[in-house]
Design a protein around this ligand. Sequence first.
Ligand code: GAP
Length: 466
Amino acid sequence: MLAALGPPTFPPLVIRISPDPHPMADTTLMDKLVSLCKRRGFVFQSSEIYGGLGSVWDYGPLGVELKKNVKDSWWRAMVHARDDIEGIDAAILMHPRVWEASGHVAGFTDPLVDCRTCKARFRADKVADAQCPQKPSKHPGEHSTCDLTEPRMFNLMFKTFMGPVEEQAAVVYLRPETAQGIYVNYQNVLNASRQKIPFGIAQIGKAFRNEITPGNFIFRTREFEQMEMQFFVKPGTDGEWFERWREWRMQWHQSIGLTPTRLRWHQHGPGELAHYAKMAFDIEYEFPFGWNEIEGIHNRSDYDLGRHQEYSGKKLEYFDQAGNERYLPYIVETSAGADRVTLTTLVDAYREEEVEGETRVVLGFHPAIAPIKTAILPLVKKDGMPELADRLYHDVKRNMPAFYDDAGAIGRRYRRMDEAGTPFCCTVDGDTLKDGTVTVRDRDSMQQVRVGTDNLVAYLRQQVGG
Ligand code: GAP
C-alpha cells in the first residue's frame, strides 16, 4: 500500500519568487513519450480516424489503469485514510447563477492575441512560453513579419443549452472546476455527516475549459479531470491549515514515486493571485518543456461561501457549539489535475538505457501505480509450460492486474513489459516443471530470483505493496 498520510517528513522547500526565463521546449522526449503512449495503449488522440479533435485525448487499456491508480491513491490519502474528509460526486451541470456567484462569468477570462501574418492565436500573458509557427523557432512577436493584435478578453467556459430552445435563458455551462459543486453542497454534507469544522470535502470529476492554447500532450486540454479538496476552517486558523496542507500534498506526490528534486514550490505573487485567493502556492514539476504547475494550494478565505450566501440568499454560516459563535468558514483548497499528474508519472518514469548494445526503454513506475503489476511468461510454447503458466496467471490475476504473454522471444517480451512499466515478469521454464519454482525478474535491476509457485502470489503482493 502507498504511505497515505505518514508523519510529516518535509521535503526541501524551494520557493521561486520571480519566474524563470522560458527556454524553447525540448520536444524530443515528449515526442518519444507520445509515440510510446500510442504504441502501448496509454493515450490515443480523440476521434483519430476523423483526423483527431484538437487537444482532446482518450485513455487506452494501460492509460485508464494508470490514471485510475493515480486517482485511487489520491482518494485513499484524502478520504479513506482520514476521519475529517468526506467524498462527494456532484453533477457537471449546475445552476447558472453558481458561475455568476463564483466570479467565472465576469472574470474567468484569458487575454487572447492573434497574429495577422500567420493566423496563429496565443495567450497574451504566455507569449514567452509559446512558439511562433514560422521558422526558425522563435517566440510570437520576435520575427520581423509577426503582426500581433491588441489583447482581447476571452471567457474560457463552455456554454450549452438546457432543454430544446437555444436561448439566453437556457444557457448552462460545463463546469470549469469541480470546487463549486463542493461549496453548494457544504451544508448538505455537514447535515448528513458527523463532521464539525475543521473538516473537508473531496471530489474527483471532469472539468472543461475552452483553453486558447492547449497543448503539451495531456498537460493542458479542454476536457480534463480534477482531484479537488476543500477544507473548511475557523477564520484565523486558515494560515496553519494552509501550511499543513502544503506539506501533506507535497508528500503525496512523492508517495506515488515522483522524483523529489523535480518538484518545487512556486508562490503566487500579488499580480498572479486568482480573484478568490488570499494566498496560493503551486506544486511544480520539471517537465521537458519547463517547470509547470501540477497542483495548486489556495487559501480562498470566506470568498466562496460569502458569494454563494449573497447570490442564493441562503445562510451558510456555521454554528460552533463549543465556542457558542457563528462564522462563515474559511476554505483551504487543494486542486490537482488527474490527467496532469498522470502525465507527470509518465514523464518521471520514462528512461532509456543501453543494455548489451541495444536501447532499453523503461517506464519505471512506482509499483502502486503501475497499470500491470506482473507478467506471466512461459519460456517456450511446449513441454506443459503454457498450461502451467496459464494456471499461475489466473492465480495471480485474482490478486492484482496481470498479463499473460507467450508471443516471441523472451527478451522481446521483457522489453514490451519494460515499456508498459510492469515491475515484475515471472517466467515458467524447464526448472519450474522439476522443482516448482519460477524466475521473477525485477524491471529496474533486471535481476532474477527463483520463487516457489506456492509462494508466488504472497511474494508479489509483498513486492508491489498490495
Ligand atoms: N479550483 C481551483 C482550480 O481549478 P486551477 O489552478 O485553475 O485551480 C487546478 O486548476 C489544477 O487543475 C491545475 O493545477 C492542473 O493540474 C489542473 N488543470 C487546470 N487546467 C487544466 C487543463 N486545461 N488541462 C489539464 N489540467 C488542468
